[in-house]
Design a protein around this ligand. Structure first.
Ligand code: FAD
Ligand code: AMP
Length: 478
């Protein structure tokens, strides 16, 4: 029986990062992956690299360029003639990026001495892992430590069963070979908005049906309201309080029935994307006697250090509590590998950025005004609109704002919420500041390059104490 210090089940951003870090620390490590790529080869990288973060951003970038060429170039004095799109070429480009990155993980495994194993892993009692290879051959590995990183899969809902053609999930929506004339999306969450944006920019008439009455309920509501207005202007038809009860496909169309304000309504689409969330992939993964327990929603139960109820067995990423984000899983993977190697590291769950890659991008870290109000925490807010940013004007991209929230007594930054150009990258400056326990004044005292979009972060931090220079301050202070 092959023996390892660490066996990782799953090679998504949680698993492959854990495996590489463990190997770097001198631990004999294997990582098992069952997923196959388009060419039939083992494809490491999980949801993120194969059907999630990366391919969605490839299509978001392609569709953004197309849209800019059509709608924005003339402002800059550039005329292009007729702008045409080739959807199969866009999909091919996306596939090439996926292939490069997923094979790249294989290269990183080799470089770091991780043994990549193709097959399906199952945790048995006593930290043994059974591996079934693609031909059905079963072997067993013995491990000092097991890290479970089996990830998540899209939620399916009975009213809208997937048919792989007209009714698809997020994976199917990355594979359309032509622009659907009319596209329905169930769920106006992060993934629904991103995929809806891709196809809307390419010319689809997009309707998003969202069961909740509140748009983006986890986000700061000032930012969510701003986002709602922008998306409406872009042509995304977001219907709140609309619960889908039936979706029937026939002759290449799909008729969707939903209830809104107690009224039954229906709409016919050429394609329907079901984006109602993701669920942990914890079935057929654990033997009954392995000692690992699930919580009531099917997530593997872990403590703050990602330790399961079975000694020596850890779980990280989408399969455990917390936001389903690639970077959250990767950091958990690093923490676990380092703790296995004897380092007493911990992870700061209060500083995990969350981003929606629409245009403008939406990014947040820390607490919202709503959460602070509910907890009775005193706070000050400083905001700065991109309409007052010279750099944003130069780019003809002036929508949105930066909103910084700091504790009213200590000035410690509690949260930051951005909608605007490059919000995904701007938020990271605040994440670093928060990680070091900075005050808004600390950011205010920092020198920012000019002209940059980052200056909006600087000005929002200054505005917390009424010291912004390039907008009138709501609170005037000396
Ligand atoms: P996964 O990435 O799901 O990887 C788990 C891996 O384990 C898979 O490869 C699976 O095949 C394998 N596996 C499962 N069971 C077994 C088994 N028994 N044996 C062997 N292998 C097994 N997150 C972001 O942070 N930013 C984004 O922009 C973003 N965009 C997204 C866009 C879309 C369309 C989607 C669907 C998701 C997006 N996400 C994004 C979420 C992100 O992809 C996930 O949070 C992340 O991939 C989770 O990482 P993971 O390693 O926990 O699991
Ligand atoms: P997220 O959790 O960000 O992936 O978003 C998924 C969204 O889908 C949530 O906002 C849910 O409210 C929404 N949703 C779930 N089921 C339905 C349904 N039957 N009809 C419309 N929206 C739904």
């Amino acid at each position: 029986m092959a023996k390892f210090d660490v066996v990782v089940i799953g090679s998504g951003p949680a698993g492959y990062v854990a495996a590489i870090r463990a190997a770097q620390l001198g631990l004999k490590t294997a990582c098992i992956e069952k997923n196959k790529g388009k060419a039939g080869q083992v494809a490491f990288g999980g949801t993120c690299l194969n059907v999630g973060c990366i391919p969605s951003k490839a299509l978001l970038d392609s569709s953004h360029k197309y849209h800019e060429a059509k709608a924005d170039f003339d402002v800059h004095g550039i005329s292009t003639g007729k702008v045409e799109m080739d959807v199969p070429a866009m999909i091919k480009r996306k596939d090439a990026i996926v292939k490069q990155l997923t094979t790249g993980i294989g290269g990183l495994f080799q470089a770091n001495g991780v043994t990549g194993i193709e097959g399906t892993g199952k945790l048995l009692a006593g930290k043994k892992v059974e591996v079934t290879d693609p031909d059905g051959k079963v072997t067993t590995l013995e491990a000092e430590h097991v890290i479970i990183a089996a990830g998540s899969v899209p939620v399916e809902i009975p009213p809208a069963p997937l048919d792989g053609n007209t009714i698809v999930d997020s994976t199917g929506a990355l594979e359309f070979d032509a622009v659907p004339k009319k596209l329905g999306v169930i769920g106006a969450g992060v993934i629904g908005l991103e995929l809806g944006s891709v196809w809307s920019r390419l010319g689809s008439e997009v309707v998003l049906l969202e069961a909740l009455d509140t748009f983006l309920p986890a986000m700061d509501q000032q930012i969510a309201k701003e986002a709602g207005k922008v998306f409406k202007k872009q042509g995304l038809d977001i219907r709140l309080g609309a619960r889908v009860t039936e979706a029937k496909a026939s002759r290449g169309k799909v008729k969707v029935t939903y209830t809104q304000a107690d009224e039954e309504k229906s709409e016919t689409f050429d394609k329907l994307i079901v984006c109602v969330g993701r669920k942990p992939l914890s079935t057929n993964l654990l033997s009954a006697d392995c000692g690992v327990n699930l919580d009531e929603r099917g997530f593997i139960f872990v403590n703050d250090y990602c330790e399961t109820d079975a000694p020596g067995v850890y779980a990280v990423g989408d399969i455990v509590r917390g936001p389903m984000l690639a970077h959250k899983g990767s950091e958990e993977g690093v923490m676990v590998a380092e703790r296995i190697a004897g380092q007493k590291v911990t992870m700061n769950y209060d500083c995990i950025p969350s981003i929606i890659y629409t245009h403008p991008e939406i990014a947040m870290v820390g607490l919202t005004e709503e959460a602070l109000k509910a907890d009775g925490v005193p706070y000050n807010v400083g905001s700065f609109p991109f309409s007052a940013s010279g750099r944003a004007m130069a780019a003809n991209d002036t929508g949105g704002l930066v909103k910084m929230i700091a504790h009213a007594e200590t000035d410690r930054i509690l949260g930051c919420h951005i909608i605007g150009p490059s919000a995904a990258d701007l938020i990271q400056q605040v994440v670093i500041a928060m990680e070091f326990g900075s005050s808004a004044e600390d950011i205010g005292l920092t020198v920012f390059g000019h002209p940059t979009l980052s200056e909006a972060v600087h000005e929002a931090a200054l505005a917390v104490s009424g010291h912004a220079i390039h907008i009138p301050n709501r609170k005037k202070r000396k």
